[in-house]
Design a protein around this ligand. Structure first.
Ligand code: HEC
Length: 280
């Protein structure tokens, strides 16, 4: 309990430090790194970039149709040492981390979903999400017509981005999150593992490893499948506030568009499997 409070206070301190820094004259920068290469841009520089164009999207975060000034992510990455099988780890100022398959970010054609870096002009601020600014940098996606939106669901629309690191996949970087080697590659546990990385690993660690620590570890000391059981865990995932309520909770409800019933079933199997693998 004490540790949790200390963490919450720590996170608050962090948020306040961020507010303080953005209130000062310090320019906000976006950093992209791959191996030893690093590039960074300020808002001003990106707003003057000739590749910036108007992009209209059905906004997955703000839930309406909006137009942004944006640059294709593939254009920002041009010339950097990035392999299609790498992962882009985007870090947000609030500690949210998403792991995006590089091939999705690099896609640069009209018949595939395309990732754009949207840049907020301070003179024309974006609408807020639950009262919070989501700028100045965020990922938005355009879809070819007829393309199922589920491929780029809400978990890939990351906002408040401060850093993008291009690295090996989480499964390669963190051996402790992997299922046993004898699990069939196309079996339910491995499918659940992919879902875990896409949806939960943005905020939670597994066996104490991971890039994000917004919420508690999902396996040690106990897995939620052990102390909540499947039914209450499903209730929590679909609507955390329906299990227990407090005003400052930060886990959002995860709907069927982001996590289908079938994916959720596989995710539970992965969590059960990992409950028997508490090695760190
Ligand atoms: C946006 C970040 C975020 C995502 C995504 C997320 N969580 Fe959470 N989760 C949290 C935070 C933060 C808490 C701590 C309680 C709170 O603030 O809501 C939490 C709490 C929990 C708890 C309760 C732990 C406890 O015992 O107190 C469980 C279980 C949990 N999350 C499971 C999951 C699972 C499974 C997924 C993926 C399907 C997931 N979460 C996705 C942020 C997230």
């Amino acid at each position: 309990m004490k540790a949790w409070i200390a963490k919450a206070v720590g996170a608050l301190g962090c948020a306040m430090a961020f507010l303080a820094s953005s209130a000062s004259a310090e320019p906000v920068t976006l950093v992209i790194s791959a191996d030893t290469q690093q590039r960074s841009w300020t808002v001003d520089v990106l707003l003057k970039d000739r590749r910036l164009t108007n992009v209209t999207v059905e906004d997955e975060n703000l839930k309406r149709r909006l137009t942004f000034r944006a640059i294709p992510v593939a254009a920002l990455l041009r010339g950097m040492p990035v392999a299609a099988d790498a992962t882009a780890t985007t870090a947000a100022s609030d500690g949210y981390v998403s792991h995006l398959p590089m091939r999705l970010l690099l896609a640069d054609s009209a018949d595939a979903p395309r990732a754009w870096l949207a840049v907020e002009n301070p003179a024309r601020p974006w609408p807020r999400l639950k009262g919070q600014s989501i700028g100045p940098f965020r990922l938005i996606w355009t879809l070819p017509s007829g393309h199922a939106a589920s491929v780029v669901n809400e978990s890939l629309w990351t906002y408040n981005i401060v850093r993008i690191n291009i690295t090996a996949s989480p499964a390669e970087r963190f051996a402790a999150i992997r299922p046993a080697a004898d699990q069939p590659a196309d079996g339910p546990v491995m499918r659940g593992f992919a879902t875990f990385q896409r949806v939960c690993f943005s905020c939670h660690s597994m066996n104490k490893v991971g890039d994000a620590h917004l919420g508690p570890d999902l396996n040690v000391p106990y897995s939620p499948v052990e102390y909540l059981g499947d039914d209450k865990l499903v209730k929590l995932i679909r609507d955390p506030q329906s299990l227990r309520w407090w005003p400052d909770a930060r886990m959002s409800a995860i709907d069927e568009k982001t996590l289908s019933e079938a994916d959720l079933k596989d995710l539970l199997l992965y969590l059960h499997h990992m409950a028997g693998r508490k090695g760190t």
